[in-house]
Design a protein around this ligand. Structure first.
Ligand code: FES
Length: 234
């Protein structure tokens, strides 16, 4: 099973800057290994497993527009079709293909659609802010020794911040006895099927009018299973 329990979504897997030449570049998403390479200017992605003996194709190299397996030299084109079997020019290559995965390059990121097959049901789209001319993308990558569901849960869990990170990202707002945190989900035109943006607001100090004061505490979640970004401001 590929991408077990992961939603079928476009998800960013690497910065474009990590992709050198024509690749290959190996990535792992939800326990599924994928190799990305460029064939004649076209970006391609395959499951990172040679259909011959299971070797990681990402250990191979791109030759003559094909990804060549490092073990016996079988070559695969951008569609995953087997294009060459060394030592056996009469090989019936049709059933020997690798499995492809939809891939795109957009906004300085490499994206894959987390379902095997030649096509995705829709194209990825990004907020205008990321596509604006002159915008430079910077980011950080961390490896968590945890199941990916724990990482997603953590990004959506604002309530723990003042208790676990009281000196950094949880400095403000401080919860009081009657503080309240509400979450609401809004539709947003990017991030995958059923795309969402969630906003969380903490209500802390009561103003003289007696009503709650909103502390701007915003977290955005492109999709329930996509990487999310968080921002806190006092
Ligand atoms: S394992 Fe890839 S060609 Fe044999």
């Amino acid at each position: 099973m590929h991408f077990p329990n992961f939603a079928n979504v476009w998800t960013p897997v690497a910065f474009t800057s990590e992709f050198v030449g024509d690749g290959p570049l190996g990535v792992v998403v939800a326990a599924t290994k994928v190799v990305i390479f460029r064939s004649g200017g076209r970006l391609a992605a395959l499951l990172d497993r040679c259909p011959h003996r299971g070797v990681l194709l990402s250990l191979g190299r791109v030759r003559e527009g094909c990804l060549e397996c490092p073990f016996h030299g079988w070559r695969f084109d951008a569609d995953g079709a087997c294009a060459h079997v060394p030592w056996n020019p009469d090989a019936k290559r049709d059933p020997l293909g690798a499995t492809n995965v939809p891939v795109r390059e957009l906004g300085g990121l490499l994206w894959i659609y987390t379902r095997v097959g030649p096509d995705a049901p829709y194209e990825p789209s990004l907020p205008d802010e990321l596509l604006r001319q002159g915008v430079r993308l910077s980011g950080q990558a961390f490896t968590w020794t945890a199941h990916w569901t724990r990482a997603v849960e953590n990004m959506l869990d604002d309530a723990h911040l003042p208790f676990v990170h009281p000196k950094t990202i949880g400095r403000s707002p401080k919860p009081k006895r009657d503080s309240r945190m509400d979450h609401q989900v809004e539709t947003y035109p990017w991030g995958g099927p059923g795309p969402r943006r969630s906003t969380a607001s903490c209500r802390g100090n009561r103003p003289s009018s007696g009503g709650p004061t909103r502390c701007s505490c915003v977290s955005r979640c492109p999709a329930s299973c996509s990487p999310s970004t968080s921002r806190l401001s006092p």
